[in-house]
Design a protein around this ligand. Structure first.
Ligand SMILES: NC(=O)c1ccc[n+]([C@@H]2O[C@H](COP(=O)([O-])OP(=O)(O)OC[C@H]3O[C@@H](n4cnc5c(N)ncnc54)[C@H](O)[C@@H]3O)[C@@H](O)[C@H]2O)c1
Ligand SMILES: O=P(O)(O)OC[C@H](O)CO
Length: 351
């Protein structure tokens, strides 16, 4: 009989907690394939004076980041990253993108040679002036293959078991099948494609457009206005992919990780919510709104906009990405949020 695989989960935020429910339950249903316990890394912090890790292990609930999601008994929370990942065969990364490099630094040299990874993280890495995929940071730092899972997946809806789709991007067919079996449930349906590059690009870039959708709603734009934001945003996402990632396939934008995620995030994500509040109330800063509205959860849009803007500037192509550039300038305080409507009206397409 084949040796049982050990799965380890790195991350325990809003999405990370829902994923621990899915993985924990799927592992329990497949105990012949997997070690029963699912260790989960929880960054050390106190919640109402009590260690969050202890709360998760005792109450089987992540009271801070996803309070209504039941955590299966086989999930074992720990703040010791190397203990969580010790002997792991499958490493699942689900944490805000800005922390990946530091997590990989700690893991370097401690991961099995034949381990595989999957990243559920939406964002980019910028090192010096070089923009890179998060999965590439995992691949290069840990020297293991890494597939990706992205999609129209608002965590609270998946927690409530509302029907949702997701896309796994994986070049290795066998690993793609294994990952699909590990993550799929009756309410979380997965399509596997081999274009892991564009799956990840969709997940990262839509967070910039979602900020624009929030600005539009906060400035009293209508449904037609938001449709324009989504359409122009998708065009910039595709142009960016073609320009900077030559192997990216445009057809992949029709998967859940592309158009699906873009639509859902522009209507109901955290980026949209905070951006809308900011546009209605511009004397507040985005940082304050993130802190006050999200209670420790992290916005990925403003950082991703800054990461992308850095590359556009370096290649002197900001003018070809007017929406990305304007969203970054609004997020960084270089332009007032009221200028967002002018960006739409004066988009090069309409001149
Ligand atoms: N929440 C969603 O609906 C959702 C859905 C799909 C994908 N995602 C993506 O999944 C990724 C993780 O999102 P999330 O919602 O689980 O996280 P989150 O936004 O809830 O962030 C909170 C988490 O970040 C951790 N954290 C804070 N500082 C840290 C540090 N210095 N080092 C390591 N971890 C630290 C906290 O411990 C906590 O677990 C993101 O890239 C996000 O875009 C989120
Ligand atoms: O809440 P957001 O804006 O981070 O988006 C969450 C997910 O990425 C939606 O698929």
């Amino acid at each position: 009989m084949a040796k049982k695989k050990k799965v380890s989960l790195i991350g325990s935020g809003n999405w990370g907690t829902v994923i621990c429910k899915i993985l924990g339950n799927n592992i329990l249903c497949n105990e012949h394939l997997y070690e029963k316990n699912l260790p989960m890394f929880v960054k050390k912090e106190l919640y109402n004076g009590i260690d969050l890790c202890d709360i998760i292990n005792e109450k089987k609930m992540n009271k801070k980041y996803m309070p209504h999601c039941f955590i299966p008994d086989n999930v074992m929370a720990s703040s010791d990253l190397l203990e969580v990942t010790d002997r792991a065969d499958i490493l699942v990364f689900v944490l805000p993108h800005q922390y990946v490099r530091e997590i990989c630094e700690t893991l370097k040299g401690h991961v099995k040679n034949d381990a595989i990874a999957i990243s559920l993280i939406k964002g980019f890495d910028v090192y010096g002036n070089k923009l890179d995929l998060i999965s590439n940071v995992i691949r290069s730092q840990l020297n293991i293959p890494c597939s990706v899972l992205m999609g129209a997946n608002l965590a609270y809806e998946v927690a409530l078991e509302m029907y949702s789709e997701a896309t796994i991007g994986c070049k290795d067919e066998e690993v793609g099948i294994l990952m699909k079996k590990l993550f799929q449930t009756h309410y979380f349906r997965i399509v596997v494609v081999d274009d892991e590059l564009t799956v990840e690009l969709g997940g990262a870039l839509k967070n910039i457009v979602a900020m624009g959708a929030g600005f539009s709603d906060g400035l009293n734009g209508g449904h037609n206005t938001k449709s324009a934001v989504i359409r122009l945003g998708l065009m910039e996402m595709m142009s960016f992919s073609k320009m900077f990632f030559k192997d990216s396939k445009m057809s992949t934008y029709f998967e859940s990780s592309g158009l699906g995620d873009l639509v859902t995030t522009c209507y109901a994500g955290r980026n949209h919510r905070v951006a809308k509040e900011f546009a209605s109330n511009p004397q507040q800063t985005l940082e304050n709104l993130e802190m006050n509205l999200l209670n420790g959860q992290k916005l990925q849009g403003p950082l991703t906009a800054a990461e992308v803007a850095c590359v556009l500037k370096l290649h002197n192509v900001e003018g070809r990405f007017p929406m990305f550039s304007t969203i970054h300038k609004i997020c960084s305080g270089e332009m007032p949020v009221s200028s967002f409507m002018d960006c739409l009206k004066n988009h090069p397409e309409h001149l």
